[in-house]
Ligand binder design. Structure first.
Ligand code: ACO
Length: 430
């Protein structure tokens, strides 16, 4: 730690040294924890634009360089060479697993895929048109009522079993939600299949005829999941940490994360992008649409564009765009009007001063929905797919926080701008 900064109250002349804390890479952070005690002031940073909420060893983003590292490994290398479960293991444990470790992890995950039968009955209580994210967040929260042997957050073995369970069962819960909306029977997980192949089988198989899992689809899902697996202290991950910091059971914390992810400014953007492309309709309408985006009174955003941290290309978007070509070609679906429209929209936006001057580039969700659609996954399930992938990151981040002996409840302060103290008025006098 080095002291390079101080905060001076110009009225009183009182100074407080601020320690600059250095990470392994990235900008220094000023330790302001003594500020309130010393100077009697809070810092004010709505939206956490300049606030590091935690120390973490898991994921690093350099937004200007368009760099994303999981435990130090560039996401591009992992996307090319790894698998989703290997990445999940890496995120949780910190090192690339040996063959034996990976095998044990995969076996454990694929042996925890079933959910308690009573949990499955919850779905019958939902209306057929319930949004799958609403069902998934509710059922995940309910898991705490079933799996009591994993809710002692002080016990490392409980934490480990919880981690494997939630990663294993989320696809099963997602598939149950999807089948419920279709009115089709639930398809049990098959532990002889790989993670994404099993998921496709649970989504698309029916009991009355054989279903052939397309290896191209399974591979594409696996790659999308790697790219969505973690993204440091984003809104849903921070929600998981904040909920978990109270000592709440981990299922409650993950359910909170699922709910936070649902918003269109976050994981809900993948669904919103396709709605937007549908609304634009054709290349001829792009200019008209962008006029609305640039009009501040219109409150229309170019969905799938912009990011709080990336002020250069989102590396995940680059990979997914390349993947779109490959997947559509392999699936024989190259004639995809939505993909063509998205490519043209991106091209026009990237030449437009509005987006250039604000450093707005396509993010991970601009193209992901096109791939999900090509795989036959309905729009309402896109954010659920994101949630399944991000569970790996949520689990890793929650584990990191809970196993830290210095964990404290997260409790931000505020700048109060309401009425000052006043006396209660009886109703007759108001
Ligand atoms: N379309 C049009 N204008 C935009 C967009 C967009 N998608 N994104 C940002 N801007 C503009 C803002 O209006 C603002 O302009 P101003 O300076 O003239 O007021 C400026 O760019 C800065 O935008 P902020 O909203 O302050 O940026 P912030 O970091 O708070 O928001 C966010 C980031 C939420 C991702 C935003 O870019 C957005 O809403 N994008 C569309 C939704 C989306 O794709 N979300 C997915 C993000 S990735 C993920 O979570 C998986």
């Amino acid at each position: 730690m080095s002291t390079k900064y101080e905060l001076k109250n110009l009225a009183t002349g009182k100074t407080t040294p601020l320690n600059a804390i250095t990470g392994t890479i990235g900008p220094e952070a000023l330790d302001i924890s003594s500020l309130t005690k010393e100077q009697g002031v809070f810092t004010f940073d709505p939206g956490f634009m300049a606030t590091a909420s935690t120390e973490s060893k898991i994921t690093y983003i350099d937004g200007d360089a368009g760099m994303l590292l999981y435990r130090g490994y560039p996401v591009e290398q992992l996307a090319e060479k790894s698998s989703f479960l290997e990445v999940a293991n890496l995120l949780i444990n910190g090192t690339l697993p040996t063959k034996a470790e990976l095998c044990a992890f995969q076996n454990s995950i694929m042996r925890h895929t079933m959910v308690n039968e009573q949990l499955l009955r919850f779905f019958q209580g939902f209306h057929h048109d319930a949004h799958p994210m609403a069902m998934v967040s509710a059922v995940v929260a309910s898991m705490a009522a079933f799996y009591h042997d994993t809710t002692d957050i002080e016990d490392p073995r409980h934490r480990e079993i919880f981690s494997h369970r939630i990663i294993a069962k989320l696809p099963t819960i997602a598939a149950a939600a999807y089948k419920h909306t279709l009115g089709q029977p639930f398809i049990y997980p098959r532990n002889d299949l790989r993670y994404c192949a099993n998921m496709l089988n649970m989504f698309f198989a029916v009991p009355c005829e054989p279903y052939a899992i397309d290896p191209v689809a399974a591979e594409a899902l696996d790659l999308l999941f790697i790219l969505h697996a973690d993204h440091e202290q984003n809104a849903s991950t921070s929600t998981v940490r904040l909920a978990g910091s109270t000592g709440a059971n981990p299922y409650a914390a993950i359910s909170a994360g699922v709910s936070a992810l649902w918003g269109p400014a976050h994981g809900g953007a993948n669904e919103a992008v396709l709605d937007m492309l549908d609304g634009i309709g054709s290349v001829a309408n792009i200019d008209k649409f962008l006029v609305r985006v640039k009009d501040k009174n219109d409150h229309v955003r170019l969905m799938g564009f912009g990011h709080r941290v990336y002020k250069n290309f989102d590396p995940r978007a680059k990979i997914i765009r390349g993947m779109c070509y490959r997947v559509l070609e392999k699936l024989g679906k190259t004639d995809n009007p939505l993909f063509e429209l998205a490519l043209k929209l991106e091209e026009i936006a990237l030449k437009d001063d509005y987006f250039v001057s604000r450093k707005l580039y396509p993010n991970v969700d601009f193209y992901s929905g096109i791939i999900y659609s090509a795989l036959g996954i309905p729009r309402s399930m896109f954010t659920v797919m994101f949630a399944i992938a991000r569970t790996a990151g949520w689990v890793a981040q929650w584990q990191e926080m809970v196993s830290d002996p210095h964990m404290r409840i997260g409790r931000p302060r505020q700048l109060y701008t309401g009425p000052t103290q006043r006396d209660y008025q009886s109703i007759e006098k108001r």
